[in-house]
Design a protein around this ligand. Sequence first.
Ligand SMILES: Cc1cc2nc3c(=O)[nH]c(=O)nc-3n(C[C@H](O)[C@H](O)[C@H](O)COP(=O)(O)OP(=O)(O)OC[C@H]3O[C@@H](n4cnc5c(N)ncnc54)[C@H](O)[C@@H]3O)c2cc1C
Length: 386
Amino acid sequence: MKTVIIGGGIAGLETAIYLRKYGQEVTLVSERDYLYLYPTSIWIPTSGTRFEDVALPLAPFAQKHGFELVIDTVNAIDKAQNSIVCATQTLSYDNLVIAVGAGKMKPKGIEHAPSICGAAQEALSIKEQLEALIAKGSGVISMGFGGNPNDTSAVRGGPAFEVIFNVHNHLKKLGLRDKFSLNFFAPMARPGQKMGEKSVDMMISIFKRLDIGMYFGKKITGFSAEGVHFEDDSVLKSDMMMFISAGAGHPLVKEAGLPLNEAGFVQIDPYCQVRGTTNIYAVGDVAAIEGVEWRAKQGHLAEAMGRAVALNISEKAKGSPKREGYQEHMSIVCLMDDGRGGALIYRSTKRSFMLPLPILGHWAKKGWGWYYKNSKMNRIPRIPGM
Ligand SMILES: Cc1cc2nc3c(=O)[nH]c(=O)nc-3n(C[C@H](O)[C@H](O)[C@H](O)COP(=O)(O)OP(=O)(O)OC[C@H]3O[C@@H](n4cnc5c(N)ncnc54)[C@H](O)[C@@H]3O)c2cc1C
């Protein structure tokens, strides 16, 4: 039985590693020859890390775990033929795991506001713009994130908070903070509510303390060279913008005739099997996750989905009814970094809190990047659930 995985991100790699642990034959198809470790990309704009340290080559993982790696772009899924059509070849599968991540909503003029959550190269573009503005000596920098009314789980605000806090501390270190005006914008009245009410209050008090302007509760209509445009025709004039569009369905799954929710994410059952199919699974950001109202698409959930699918595929191959679900892994775990320290944000069905971790928080997040790479290469033991 051969399983083909599309996508070499956090979800796809975890699925491949665990399928191999269970002795399954695996081919992983990725358009990039590297895994882009998004959570550690937040330091690229302020030179706290290098692009090469965030982009982890996939070939060593393939060699270590014994799966086939194909670098190619998948253009279509042919469910009837159990095959995928790539740019240079067609591949057949017995089981298919879709792990292509999310597409992005595209507001007007988005080319003026690159995203830290978009194409890997956008982080470099943010870095270049920031460096150019610093060389100029002063300016207005505005950063924010948007919503998706059709699926709140696709909203990603955490990295926007992290990047603006990192920029604040970077400018402070350069002795230039007073020369720059920093702003944060979002269409929600209380951005980051998913983290819990207390965390939002704490975030607002941090903005006030750091003198970061807040533009909340107004719909964003687009971007231009002038700045951020809002529904009341006001403009937040800016020399530089960073905007995280909410996630939306990936173009590949739209064309494939798979069941999608209103926002375009693939509908799955509690075991990550695509509804109405027998041998197709979806894991990570591409899937429509169901459950609590504050659910969020996160890396640790993507991994739990990958592990569950690997187990489910191998149990099914053995004829066993044993299955593992993903919903019990639903929680928000975020180590929010500001370049100097950080805060642990946690939310589960039982509790939610934000724990400030000065200095330690920053180094813990740096340590996680190191742990990720080395544990996936089996160089160090894995901490259960991580
Ligand atoms: C800046 C940032 C910071 C974050 N911080 C945190 C955090 O602190 N904690 C946390 O838990 N989560 C965090 N997240 C969320 C986490 O990174 C995502 O949930 C996770 O990366 C999702 O993994 P994925 O494999 O589903 O998707 P992705 O990482 O997007 O990977 C998808 C892969 O599929 C490939 N692909 C796409 N289309 C095709 C195609 N047609 N053919 C072949 N390959 C294709 C892509 O190139 C990519 O390699 C953060 C996200 C961002 C963007």
